[in-house]
Design a binder for this molecule. Structure first.
Ligand SMILES: Cc1cc2nc3c(=O)[nH]c(=O)nc-3n(C[C@H](O)[C@H](O)[C@H](O)COP(=O)(O)OP(=O)(O)OC[C@H]3O[C@@H](n4cnc5c(N)ncnc54)[C@H](O)[C@@H]3O)c2cc1C
Length: 387
């Protein structure tokens, strides 16, 4: 089958849905292709519980709210719709940052509502893009395997993994897998014997002892724990090296579960009731764009005349050796993201949004959070949709 459209959005995740909605609202005949059966990507499947990058860092006067969002437009629409579904969930302060707690299933509902409200938006769920053909400085066609071939005037890569930019070395940059930020896996436990404020300290401590004694693989040492909604529920965010296979991660998860049951009374009857379906990468390949956002830009809260979105998160680098480190901008705490970070330098009709934009390894550690990815998606959709 052959598909034709003005704008093809690859990936209906955190960035992809705002991209498709913005594109169709700009008047473009838009096709969104998502390999899963539902929208929302990592924001839904990853079992995350807080939207980061929505509010200014330390600069807001008063508590964060819909009015203090650093990106308006669809980001505000998404937050407002989440607030209708869960009025009691308000922004919370975690140290120097403010985040919005949310339920993954509600983000899925909000994203599905946004899609369904755009009657002219065409969507293919359960369809995996296989690759693309770059010729004469343009993406000429995109392959959806047995589903067919897609010819689009403009393509936006929102796959997170860079499935389109990965089709040609002139389109992307990367660091070796061993130097990439740690990947992760989220585990949800139920049946715990009461969680308390001390458990977020006890769990990582116990895991470090397990690593030191050789009972657990060394890469589990940066695992964190947070209590869940109910008193018998909790979440472990397990860190694994980038490139870890789902099978390797699965084996480590079973060992971790057995170990926690053995050493911590709170986990004695704990059941693993849910986990992110695959290893979640923080960093993969990144677009080679007209401009590459840098660590210096983030730390200086730099302004750009052609800004299309704003980043408001510290450089949260999950280093394979040192674990998470946080570096905060000296002033302001809000950095512009120029259009050049979203537009390919080597393909005139290719855009990128989400966690594979044109940014250095360090700058990506700030821009990859969901609040920013939503705004990047909207910006890419708006630009591609009105060309
Ligand atoms: C362990 C971990 C914890 C995190 N915690 C938080 C947090 O608490 N708060 C926060 O704000 N951010 C957090 N992040 C960051 C954030 O989740 C991601 O960076 C962000 O979701 C990326 O958005 P995206 O749209 O680029 O990718 P995604 O949301 O993953 O969307 C990509 C979409 O593309 C689809 N896709 C991929 N390949 C194809 C293909 N070939 N064909 C068709 N569709 C395809 C996928 O199915 C998916 O739906 C965390 C990241 C990790 C790894």
């Amino acid at each position: 089958m052959k598909f034709q459209c003005d704008v093809l959005v690859v990936g209906g995740g955190v960035a992809g849905v705002p991209a498709a909605v913005a594109s169709v609202r700009a008047g473009a005949d838009t096709l969104l292709v998502e390999k899963r059966a539902f929208p929302g990507g990592i924001g839904v499947a990853g079992l995350h519980r807080t939207l980061c990058g929505l509010y200014p860092l330390g600069g807001a006067s008063g508590p964060a709210s819909s009015e203090s969002l650093v990106n308006g437009g669809l980001v505000r629409e998404i937050c407002d719709r989440l607030a209708i579904l869960s009025p009691a969930r308000r922004p919370i302060r975690l140290g120097k940052v403010e985040v919005l707690p949310y339920l993954p299933d509600q983000l899925r509902i909000v994203y599905m509502d946004l899609i369904q409200a755009e009657k002219r938006l065409r969507v293919l769920f359960g369809t995996e893009i296989q690759g693309a053909r770059l010729e004469a400085g343009r993406i000429q066609s995109v392959s959806a395997g047995e589903a067919g071939e897609i010819h689009a005037e403009r393509v936006i890569d929102c796959s997170g993994d860079g499935v389109i930019i990965g089709c040609h070395p002139s389109l992307y940059d990367s660091v070796p897998a061993a130097e990439r930020q740690l990947a992760g896996l989220v585990l949800q436990f139920a049946g715990m014997a009461g969680t308390d404020d001390v458990l977020p300290i006890k769990v990582p401590y116990a895991i470090r002892q397990g690593v030191e004694s050789g009972a657990l693989p060394s890469w589990l040492r940066f695992t964190t724990f947070s209590p869940g909604e109910g008193r018998d529920e909790g979440y472990c965010k397990v860190s694994v090296p980038s490139g870890t296979t789902n099978q390797e991660a699965g084996q480590a998860v079973s060992r971790l579960h057995d170990y926690l049951r053995e050493v911590l009374p709170a986990f004695r009857a704990a059941r693993l009731v849910n986990r992110s379906p695959e290893v979640l990468e923080r960093e993969g390949i990144r677009l080679k764009g007209g401009y590459t956002l840098t660590e210096a830009d983030i730390l200086a809260s730099r302004r750009f005349p052609d800004a299309v979105a704003r980043s408001a998160w510290p450089i949260e680098l999950w280093d394979p050796e040192r674990g998470p480190t946080y570096r905060y901008p000296e002033s302001g705490g809000v950095c512009d993201i120029p259009l050049g970070c979203l537009k390919a330098a080597a393909a005139s009709n290719l855009f990128c949004a989400g966690r594979c934009i044109s940014a250095t390894h360090e700058a990506l550690a700030a821009t990859r959070v969901m609040g920013t990815c939503m705004a990047l998606g909207e910006a890419a959709g708006r630009e591609a949709g009105r060309m």
